[in-house]
Design a protein around this ligand. Sequence first.
Ligand code: XMP
Length: 326
Amino acid sequence: SWTTGSIVEEQVAAIRAQIGSKRAICALSGGVDSAVAAALVNRAVGEQLTCVYVDHGLMRKGETEQVEKDFVAATGAKLRLVDASERFLDALAGVSDPETKRKIIGREFIRVFEQAQAELVAEAGAAGEDVAFLVQGTLYPDVVESGGGTGTANIKSHHNVGGLPEDIEFQLVEPLRQLFKDEVRMVGQELGLPEEIVHRQPFPGPGLGIRIIGEVTRDRLDLLREADAIVREELTAAGLDRDIWQCPVVLLADVRSVGVQGDGRTYGHPIVLRPVSSEDAMTADWSRLPYDLLARVSNRITNEVRDVNRVTLDITSKPPGTIEWE
Ligand code: XMP
């Protein structure tokens, strides 16, 4: 039978056999899949693995620190942190269209990651070592959806990094290919990853960039991060983390409404709460959160987050509404 311990042992042996004495790279996203995949490979080959984390500045409060401190503390993995927030914000300046935002964030992410990768390959090469493997947190449902192929990834080296071959070909290491999400979480737990990583709710790759309706600016990101942190804190305090699928918190940055706060009239932005329950994110229903909890969240956000004077609740199922607003 498949105990979590035996999955770990089996995978560690398989990873050692695959990687041998070569080196591997893993992109951490902050999500559970890449974290567990990296932790497994680290358990198997330790020093031979380098994790790369691109901070695009669109993460929620504490998430980068979670990777930087908690993940490293739990695994001992070698981590390279690339702070690219300035670059992403520059690229997003003046952009409000959702698809354009997504394209820009995706494009910049690939560029920054490839550059980091190329640098690592160059450094290893200078030391006479080979980087031959790219670790990915592909799960069983992803394998089925994409037709079951396995193999290699072609990464174009960045033109700023001199002296590299045109294309670096990596073999993929995908230790989660036979697992479902709940098994991945159990493996993560077995490997000692912190609860916040193992039970993290789904979070989109483009991050808070697609939860600001309107242009993405540093100032707006700061507002949204504060509001989102309050929502997460209150959901946790109410013991409801595992009852909901996820709860996007959205800033309507291009909308203002009149309010009255303290001594006077305000003209601030609304925050939208989007708690949903779902099995697979393909369909979803809005979560019937307790009124007391909603009242606490509303009070705290309007009191603690500057420029926000209204909190609204999204009561749309999916379909017709998607889970994210963009
Ligand atoms: P929608 O908004 O399409 O979202 O109902 C369905 C699920 O997918 C997540 N999502 C993303 N995840 N990259 C991701 O890794 C993305 O670009 C992305 N967009 C949406 C969303 O949070 C929800 O769980």
